[in-house]
Write a protein that binds this ligand. Sequence first.
Ligand SMILES: [Zn+2]
Length: 346
Amino acid sequence: MKFPYVPGVKDYDFGYGHPFRGDRFPKFVRFIRRLGAPIEIIDPVGEPPTFQDLLRVHDKGYLDKLIEMSRKGFGLISLDTPAFKGMWEASLSLVYSALSAIRVALREGSSLGFGGAHHAGVREGGGFCLINDVAVAARWAQSQGVDRVLIFDHDAHHGNGTMEIFYEDDSVLYVSLHQDPATIYPGVGFLHQVGRGKGEGYTVNVPLPPKAGPESYKIAIEELVVPITESFDADLVIAHGGSDPHYSDPLTNLGQTIEGLWELGGWASSLKSKSKVNLLISGYNEEIRNWGWLALSYGFMGEVLPKDPREVDGSPEIEDDRVIRRTRALIDEGKKVFSKYWNVRG
Ligand SMILES: [Zn+2]
């Protein structure tokens, strides 16, 4: 499968000591090359994003502020997101990366790529995110005649920016599986936040309990995500996330395993649509990130991992029966909430 690579994404880097460093991207490219993975790294596709592309999503005042802060190289976007010199250009590289992957997927059916800055909202950044590349790419696709877009966000954190951008929109279905926001940043993404106006029912938040792992994900996806996305009938699926749902991630408390991430990649590719893309970005355990990203990618491609996943991470039993019972109760509640909008059995 093709993987367009924009080398400038390596400059998306909050500096020494920050959990988000830009070297994660070239490191993964080297990792898959060393493995001889059946992933074809290609040049960026089409033209870089224009200011106009960004304006489909973001407020002009906010973008102007980013340009200014990027030039000066100091200030705070939010407490966890310091400004750095060149962050504007680096953010554009990330948007170009997501756009390139979507151009490949629209042409060939599927693609891999880097991207997923889902905390960036209309007029504010945070959570290491400045420009919402996923939202910009989704709007770009719609400008090219793509009708219905499904965003399947499987990052451990909720995509508060993406939710805000599409909250009143019925042409973009936002589905997110994330750690219960009562226990983690960004503190929103609850089941009852379902969208507003004509967008009501088009935001599907699945706030999983801490320690939720492969079994919880399976229940949530099979019983809630699949029926909803089947009835939505997307023209394009943008799946995105990374290795931060893994049990070893230092910033989160979920219970995913390498095998579970592989299954998750498989679910992403099985969602009903003509074109699909899977974008990678998160993961704060350096030891496991490459394998987590590989697992998501191989699952998405329908390839078997080159090494037994239990050999990679040991796959301990993080998710016990109590966690699974909590997930089941959540999904039962979710079916009640969403049976009002979609063909799910309540
Ligand atoms: Zn995350």
